[in-house]
Design a binder for this molecule. Structure first.
Ligand code: ATP
Ligand code: MG
Length: 254
């Protein structure tokens, strides 16, 4: 069988790996019958970040303060999400790192989402705090924006597909307990997109639903790239976490 992220938390399969199969309800809920579906796949976390957890965060040395803060957040993640406490993980472009890239923002955001998903599935299975909808969702802002734009160009068929995809995004983004929006404010947006993005952010703000943003734009400049109504709500629903330093993506593969 393929990997099961619940294994370290399960008395039965951590002692007997062979017992960890499709007859196990928590496993099937998390990974689907074939091992590649379920809640884990539905979070939308990209493959590169599927193994991002608190224990593997690489940020302690370069960003000790942010690392400590994030560690505390993850330790209390279910109650903080329930209280609607979100984060704004950002970098500031500087001489050493001109775009503020590769500082660990997406790695941290996905570690939080992954840890939260595991905790919520365990709670759900134990019947302590059940969920009816998916508890968490990762959305890349540029993909959301592209899907929105595709509704208005191309063939009838591709427009229809984009409309269906965008409505699904919107519905899930309005209701999921923990939403990660990756790389907001990467580029300018049309007014039509801003309207719908505002609607999503405003609803999550009003309903006190936790949202984690990653961005290379400091909050003070967010209003100029998106708009001031959106920026004000993002600021009101998050704690800022600055990630400093070089781009860690650079470097060879050996
Ligand atoms: N402090 C760090 N030390 C070592 N490696 C790191 C550190 N931060 C990030 N990395 C690694 O660098 C790569 C890029 O990290 P990540 O995608 O989280 O960056 P990002 O801040 O989201 O970048 P971008 O702004 O381009 O989206 C990953 O492989 C990650 O494991
Ligand atoms: Mg990123």
């Amino acid at each position: 069988m393929s990997e099961n992220v619940l294994q370290p938390y399960c008395k039965k399969c951590s002692s007997d790996a062979a017992a960890c199969d499709f007859t196990c309800f928590p496993r099937v809920l998390m990974h689907g019958e074939k091992g590649n579906g379920g809640i884990w796949a539905a979070t939308g976390v990209p493959k590169r970040y599927r193994n991002s957890f608190l224990s593997t965060l690489p940020t302690a040395e370069q960003n000790p303060q942010a690392h400590k803060f994030v560690t505390r957040y993850i330790e209390k993640v279910t109650s903080l999400v329930e209280r609607g406490v979100g984060l704004y993980l950002y970098s500031m472009p500087n001489a050493e790192n001109r775009k503020g890239t590769g500082t660990g923002k997406t790695t941290i955001a996905t570690a939080i989402l992954n840890e939260f998903t595991i905790k919520r599935v365990i709670e759900n299975v134990k019947g302590e705090n059940t969920f009816t909808d998916h508890p968490s969702l990762f959305v890349k802002a540029s993909e959301l924006q592209n899907t929105f734009n595709e509704q208005f160009r191309g063939t009838d068929d591709s427009r229809q597909k984009a409309t269906t995809k965008f409505s699904r995004y919107k519905k899930q983004m309005l209701s999921t307990e923990l939403l990660v929006i990756d790389d907001i404010a990467l580029r300018g947006t049309t007014e039509a997109y801003q309207d719908v993005f505002y609607e999503i952010i405003d609803k999550r703000y009003n309903e006190e639903l936790a949202t984690i943003f990653t961005s290379n734009t400091p909050l003070d400049n967010l209003g100029e790239v998106l708009n001031y109504q959106i920026a004000s709500r993002v600021e009101g629903m998050t704690e800022g976490v600055l990630l400093k330093g070089k781009d860690n993506r650079k470097g060879g593969i050996l």
